[in-house]
Design a binder for this molecule. Structure first.
Ligand SMILES: Cc1cc2nc3c(=O)[nH]c(=O)nc-3n(C[C@H](O)[C@H](O)[C@H](O)COP(=O)(O)OP(=O)(O)OC[C@H]3O[C@@H](n4cnc5c(N)ncnc54)[C@H](O)[C@@H]3O)c2cc1C
Length: 470
């Protein structure tokens, strides 16, 4: 921490650091409720991982029930209104999710953020905090114009890496000595993919594809019947698995690098485009930017290798072209901040419901490992679990909240809740809680004094899904 000096100074009710799924949802929720809201983003676009082309997981459970509502609905309605591709899909493996066109999402997000009246800072890095005694009075940011102090009554850390909480001295949750962080990946897209031959290939060779990993999804069907369901869905939404001969042989003969799956999901019917999630490099700590930069060379090599493999070996890809790489290397896991409550693996697996739930998750426990390793554990009965308010409140800090990838959870629980449906819902909850906290007639705002019933009621009025979906 540093003391406040005579530098440029602006004042807000609420500052949100990080404009990924959690940060944009927090900012829209706060500003629509009248708070003077600043959104500080280190990069040059709004949306974080929402812009890469991956599907929104964790918004629809395996049974097909929606568990995340409100701002996510507003975003997807905007995408549809602009003719963007939006489809609810079953992966016939473990989960259901929402596919959308990331190019249209790039327009929908700024529309909603600016219409809400958020003050946006782009290319602006939050480097430190000002405060003490368990309070954060402001955030020191740096951009081309220099350094500034942005002060606020409540600060929400949506940086993914928990940068604000770390700068304020919060405790980070430990990782086991033998545990390595999940690999980083470069998502990419290919256009000109023909869906019919791809889906026929799935029906002819179901043994190459991941399917029916959850009993709720399998529903007593054989692999051949699941392959027919995938074809009936009519979308290029298929997962080539590393324990099937197609990928296993390619890895063995060096035609592919070791990976758990080649996940293929649609982004646009008009461009006949899919997003591919497959590349991976394991780092000791992706926050060490020199190591991250070094991984770019290997990740982009893997993009080239994987696109060649698909063109050569997978029907439907013969004439496909590489149409886009994610704007940055995707980071799945770094800091997890210790909160008043630590969401646990048992909460997640059992689909536990709690009275102070302010968001829900439903994605399977999904921990990517090195090489072909990946842990995938389904949620009980294909349902959902509650994310309690306490897991958004960092220990010992009174006017700070957090949402998204850095929230308080043990490692397996984090491996489930980290996906974008949950991050959007957590962000909406944190932004709403911050506006309720700002009603306190005090300079010493305490986010722990936010009434849970009031928060849940305001969230439900705004479309959040907090009841049912067992
Ligand atoms: C390769 C990969 C594949 C994935 N696949 C899926 C999937 O298919 N479906 C799914 O739902 N989820 C998926 N996930 C998980 C999901 O995308 C992320 O966990 C989620 O988007 C995190 O959201 P967030 O808002 O917490 O963080 P992010 O989206 O990472 O946003 C954080 C933002 O904060 C900014 N920032 C960071 N530090 C600072 C700072 N100090 N100052 C200012 N700005 C800062 C960053 O630039 C960034 O824009 C995947 C993740 C990865 C990496």
């Amino acid at each position: 921490m540093i003391s406040s000096k005579a530098i440029d100074h602006q004042n807000f009710d609420i500052i949100i650091v990080g404009a990924g799924s959690a940060g944009i949802a927090a900012a829209i929720a706060a500003a629509r409720r009248g708070a003077r809201t600043a959104l500080v983003e280190a990069g040059g676009m709004l949306g974080g991982e929402l812009l890469t082309g991956m599907t929104i997981d964790g918004a629809i459970n395996a049974r097909g029930e929606q568990v995340s509502g409100g701002i996510i609905d507003m975003l997807l309605e905007r995408c549809e209104a602009m003719g963007g591709f939006v489809r609810r899909l079953n992966d016939w493996r473990l989960i259901q999710y929402i596919a959308y066109d990331p190019e249209i999402m790039k327009i929908a997000i700024p529309q909603l953020v600016y219409e809400a009246g958020v003050k946006v800072f782009l290319n602006t890095f939050a480097e430190d905090v000002v405060g003490g005694r368990g309070r954060v009075d402001g955030v020191i940011v740096r951009n081309k114009a220099g350094r500034s102090l942005l002060s606020a009554r409540v600060v929400i850390d949506c940086s993914g890496d928990g940068d604000i909480c770390a700068a304020a001295g919060a405790r980070m949750l430990p990782r086991g000595a033998d545990e390595r962080l999940q690999p980083v990946s470069m998502m990419f897209r290919m256009a000109g993919v023909e869906t019919a031959p791809l889906l026929d290939f799935v029906v002819d060779h179901p043994e190459y594809f991941a399917m029916g990993e959850s009993e709720v999804i399998r529903g007593g069907r054989s692999d051949n019947e699941l392959a027919e369901e995938i074809r009936r869905q009519g979308q290029p939404c298929v997962f080539i698995k590393s324990d099937g001969a197609l990928l296993a042989d390619a890895i063995a003969n060096g035609e592919m690098y070791p990976t758990a799956l080649v996940m293929i999901q649609p982004t646009s019917e008009a461009r006949r485009e899919v997003c591919i999630n497959s590349t991976r490099v394991t780092l000791d700590d992706p926050m060490h930017t020199t190591d991250l930069a070094a991984a770019l060379s290997e990740l982009t090599r893997q993009v080239d290798v994987c696109s060649r493999f698909l063109r050569a070996k997978v029907p439907g890809f013969a004439n496909a072209t590489l149409s886009g790489l994610a704007p940055r290397i995707g980071i799945r896991e770094t800091r997890r901040v210790a909160g008043d409550y630590v969401l646990t693996v048992d909460d997640v697996k059992a689909g536990r419901k709690v009275p102070d739930g302010v968001a829900k998750g439903c994605h399977h426990i999904d921990i990517h490992g090195e090489g072909a390793g990946q842990i995938r554990i389904a949620i009980a009965d294909g349902g959902s679990y509650d994310i309690p308010y306490g897991s958004l409140v960092p220990e010992h800090l009174s006017n700070v909240l957090m949402a998204g990838r850095c929230f308080s959870a043990d490692r397996p629980a984090h491996g489930s809740a980290r996906v974008m449906g949950g991050c959007l819902a957590m962000g909406q909850a944190a932004g709403t809680a911050a506006t309720i906290a700002c009603r306190q007639n005090s300079d010493d705002i305490d986010v722990r004094k936010v009434g849970i019933e009031e928060l849940r009621s305001e969230l439900k009025t705004a479309g959040a899904i907090l009841e049912g979906v067992h």
